[in-house]
Each structure stands twice: as C-alpha cells, then as structure tokens.
Design a protein around this ligand. Structure first.
Ligand code: ADP
Ligand code: MG
Length: 349
C-alpha cells in the first residue's frame, strides 16, 4: 500500500496567522512603540505620553488625546487588514498617514497581552476597552471610562513566542532602542507635546512649539547642545522638492552614523539614495571614517514617493530618484562649501 499520506490543507487560526505576520514588524519593544506612536500621530493627537517598564518587555503604554475610536469600530481595530486610513489602491498612491496596512495592532496583540481603551466622544465618562482573546482572537469589549483619546497597553511582549523572546537583549539595550524610536517621532512633530517615562522616571518631557527657537530647544534636549551649536539651519526649495533642517558642520562629526535623521514627508527613512547624496556632499570636508550629524526634512508631493516598499516603512522609493539625489547633494554641498574643514581637535569619539 502507499504509505505517503497527502497532507490536508487548512486555514491558520487568526492568532497564529497574526503571530507569523508579527515576525516582520514586531522584532522588539522599540518596534511596538513605533507602531503605537504612529497610530497616535495619525489620530491627530496634541499630546502623546509613552510609559515603559523594564525596557518595554514588561509594559509599553502609549496614551494620546486624539480622535479616539468609536465603540462599534473597536473590535475591528485589533483585527488584521482593518484600517480607517485607506479604502482603495488610489488612496495608497497619495497616502499621507503613517499607517495604512491595518496590521500593527493585530500583530502586536497576537504576541503580547494588549488592551486598548478609547473614547471618541467629548464625555469623559464614556469609553471602552477591547482585548482580543483566544486562538480566534475574538474581540471582547467592556465599558471603561477614558478621556477623549486612546491608550494602548502592551504587556509581556513575546510571552507566548519563546523563540522571539530569546532574541531580546538587556533592559538597557531594549530601552535604548525604544528611546531612539521615540526620539525619531518627537523630531518629526514639533507641534505635539511628548513625554517618555521609564520605570516611573521621566526621561523626556518635550513641550510643543513650532518656532525655530522651540525646535532648537527640542533638538538640544533630544540630541545634546553640541549638536545644535555645530549645526547650520538650511532651507531650500526647488520645484516641488523642499529641504529644511539642521546640517551638522564638519566641526562636529562622530565615530558612528548614530545622529543622522532624515525625514521624508514626516516619516523617518533610511534610504540608500539619500545616504549616498549626503556622503558625497560631506566628502571634501570630513575625514574618512567620520560621520556627519544632521536632522533633515524633505517634503515632496506624496504622489512621487512610494512608502509601501517594506512593512516597517523605513524604505521609500522615489519616482525620480536622480532628481532627488541631485537636489539633496547640491543643497548640502552648497551649505557646506563655506565651512571650515574638520581638524582633529573637533572630533567627538
Ligand atoms: P493602521 O495604522 O495601518 O491602520 P493599526 O493596526 O496600527 O493599522 O491600527 C488599526 C486601526 O485602529 C487604525 O486604522 C485606526 O483606525 C485605529 N487606531 C489605532 N490606534 C489608534 C489611536 N491611537 N487613535 C485612534 N485610532 C486608532
Ligand atoms: Mg498603525
């Protein structure tokens, strides 16, 4: 007789499917914080508070005063492929929200104990809490008063996925990553008030303010006074490309590329084309092996940039990469042309 049994095909239960998807985006506490903060920004919040325990492995809580989620929508918020941000492929072409995949909460919730509490009304006695339970991740909703806005609590990340948990590093390292994620977001929106707390201690408290002076205060508080003292403000527009921000002078370079922030339409990106343009611009003023510091904002028409390249959205694709590259290079080169080249005494290790 034939001993080979034909395997049966079956549909994965929702939790397992979400856990598999989580592998792509939820690699550590910092990734969770990034997703929750992006949701808070997309909800038009004015104030965002992040509270963390044990590097984020025990608790990550993000509380906002945004638009909230209507009671009827709460079960959907935690299910996969459910989003309020796009409806059609056409919407995706010009997407301006940070999220649009409708996967983050479902993924995070499948690998942690996640509770979302929200209130979409101005009545502070109103509000509901939702959690997704069991293999089927059925949403359970119960009344829970909350001021207008949303709080998402993520406890015990990876408690049910030991393979993932093994890759977590020390509390200090995980918190450093999470703080970096926070820093990027806080540098992307000066009009929002931010706080970050770790193990009951306030690490950052950033008042809102969009004026140049307020921006510089925020940068100094997040990246250090030296950064801003050795940077030059730049602003340049050519066609519909607009670049602004702080270009670190050659008098303040670093041994690592750890203070380089580049935002495209408010989204922090790590892009090869951008990195190349920057490297070229600094080539004549920095020693080999030294890395410049910068906080730069590129604003382009959403139609000419594709953000749907990778689930974490750290990569983007420009329709006309050459033009963007040349614009960046020439803007930075021109800004650096009249600066003094670095001397050894200027170097920060
Ligand atoms: P996405 O952000 O890609 O839409 P998410 O899984 O991150 O997917 O969130 C699902 C949906 O839940 C969002 O589209 C939004 O409608 C709602 N949501 C999540 N977080 C918040 C929040 N902080 N405030 C208001 N709505 C939220
Ligand atoms: Mg999201």
């Amino acid at each position: 007789a034939n001993a080979v049994v034909t395997p049966k095909i079956h549909v994965l239960d929702p939790r397992l499917a979400n856990q598999i998807a989580a592998g792509e985006v939820v690699e550590r506490p910092a990734a969770v914080a990034k997703e929750l903060i992006e949701n808070a920004i997309d909800a038009a919040s004015r104030r965002i508070e992040v509270e963390v325990e044990q590097g984020g492995t025990r608790l990550i809580k993000v509380r906002d005063d945004g638009v909230g989620i209507a009671e009827n929508d709460l079960p959907l918020a935690l299910s996969r492929h459910a989003t309020s941000k796009i409806e059609s492929l056409g919407d995706l072409e010009g997407v301006s929200s940070l999220g649009f995949r409708g996967e983050a909460l479902a993924s995070i919730s499948s690998v942690s104990r996640l509770a979302l509490t929200s209130n979409a009304l101005d009545d502070p006695r109103s509000g509901f809490r939702v959690m997704a339970e069991g293999r089927g991740m059925e949403a359970r909703v119960a009344p829970a008063p909350h001021p207008r806005g949303t709080s998402v609590e993520v406890r015990d990340l990876f408690f049910n996925t030991p393979a993932r948990r093994k890759f977590l590093r020390t509390e200090k390292t995980e918190f450093a990553h999470l703080e970096e994620a926070f820093r990027r977001q806080a540098l992307s929106r000066y009009d929002i008030a931010w706080t970050l707390r770790h193990n009951q201690k306030t690490v950052h408290q950033l008042p809102p303010g969009d004026s140049p002076a307020a921006r510089e205060r925020r940068i100094a508080s997040l990246l250090g006074k030296t950064f801003i003292e050795h940077a030059r403000y730049i602003e340049r527009q050519v066609g519909d490309l607009r670049l602004s921000g702080w270009v670190g002078l050659p008098t303040h370079s670093r041994g690592q590329a750890d203070q380089q922030y580049f935002f495209v339409n408010g989204r922090v990106v790590r892009d090869r084309l951008v990195a190349h343009a920057v490297r070229q611009a600094y080539r004549d003023v920095l020693y080999n092996g030294r890395h410049p510091v910068f906080v730069l904002y590129l604003d382009v028409d959403p139609d000419v940039v594709d953000v749907n390249v990778h689930p974490t959205k750290h990569e983007v694709r420009f329709r006309d990469g050459r033009t963007v590259h040349d614009f960046l290079f020439s803007s930075l080169h021109r800004c650096l042309a009249h600066t003094q080249p670095a001397t050894n005494a200027d170097e920060t290790p």
